[in-house]
Design a protein around this ligand. Structure first.
Ligand SMILES: N[C@@H]1[C@@H](O)[C@H](O)[C@@H](COP(=O)(O)O)O[C@@H]1O
Length: 260
């Protein structure tokens, strides 16, 4: 696990967009794992800018979203399918048919979750998985207590997450209680995972994920098992890390060819 501490959102967006761009140049039909929430937005802005101004090409790429609410009507503006379409897919030249998400409105949710895992496998697995971080340490919607080996399935949100996400809805009452999410085992199979976290409200979860024990109480700590995980932080999100100076020193002195 590599911890990268940068001054702010602009530097984070640029570094993570570089990783996506390098991947697409080496593998134009790359499989991208797409995250929602505020954290990846500057990255999507930067990718849209590179597409528009420098022709970064997504025409052969495909994308799989991490998670979805259960019970929102199709086309609801806060369904993650719509959010990813608005924030990312509509702004680059990715084929909309190649952007898939778990189906939160299926009549048979377990079957839809199994089918989603099959789609990911058929495309050869996820090359680069973007991740945000919940204030309770969740990734995707894997809440504390999630099995570290879990696959795509239905989960119940804890109140802290519903309250955190209420800002996207008219009221807390409108935030669904149930979601479908790629599992922690699914996320572990991505070839490269990049987790982005900014702001002091993430500092405790960042500490638990990087320096705490591997434990289901902090689902993101499963990334300690990932063979290639990059944890990209701003100063505020890194403020509770004991070894912050060591991470800074390591990153500043790594060879340029290494990339993320
Ligand atoms: N399901 C999403 C997560 O995938 C995301 O990581 C988290 C953090 O969001 P933000 O980046 O807005 O803090 O929000 C939601 O709960």
């Amino acid at each position: 696990m590599e911890v990268v501490i940068l001054p702010g959102g602009r530097q984070i967006a640029s570094l993570v967009a570089d990783a996506v761009e390098n991947l697409l140049r080496n593998k134009p039909d790359a499989v991208l794992g797409l995250a929602t929430g505020s954290s990846p937005l500057p990255v999507y802005d930067e990718l849209a800018r590179r597409h528009e101004q420098a022709g970064l090409d997504f025409s052969r790429a495909c994308g799989f979203t991490l998670d979805e609410y259960v019970g929102l009507e199709p086309g609801h503006p806060e369904s993650y399918r719509e959010v990813i379409r608005r924030d990312f897919a509509d702004r680059v030249n990715i084929d909309p048919d190649n952007v898939l998400g778990p189906d939160g409105s299926a009549a048979d949710i377990p079957a839809a979750c199994r089918a989603y895992e099959d789609r990911i496998r058929e495309r050869g697995g996820i090359d680069l998985q973007l991740l945000g971080l919940g204030t309770d340490g969740h990734i995707g919607f894997n809440e504390p207590g999630s099995s570290l080996a879990s696959r795509t399935r239905i989960k119940s949100l804890i109140e802290q997450t519903r309250r955190d996400n209420a800002r996207f809805f008219r009221s807390l009452d409108e935030v669904p209680h149930h979601v479908v999410t790629q599992g922690l085992g699914t996320i572990l199979e991505s070839r490269h995972a990049i987790l982005l976290a900014t702001g002091a409200q993430k500092a405790q979860a960042v500490h638990d994920l990087v320096e705490g024990p591997l434990a289901a109480i902090c689902p993101a700590s499963v990334l300690q098992l990932h063979p290639h995980a990059s944890i990209v932080l701003d100063e505020a999100a890194a403020s509770s890390l004991k070894l912050a100076d060591y991470y800074r020193h390591t990153y500043e002195h790594k060879p340029a060819w290494q990339g993320l």
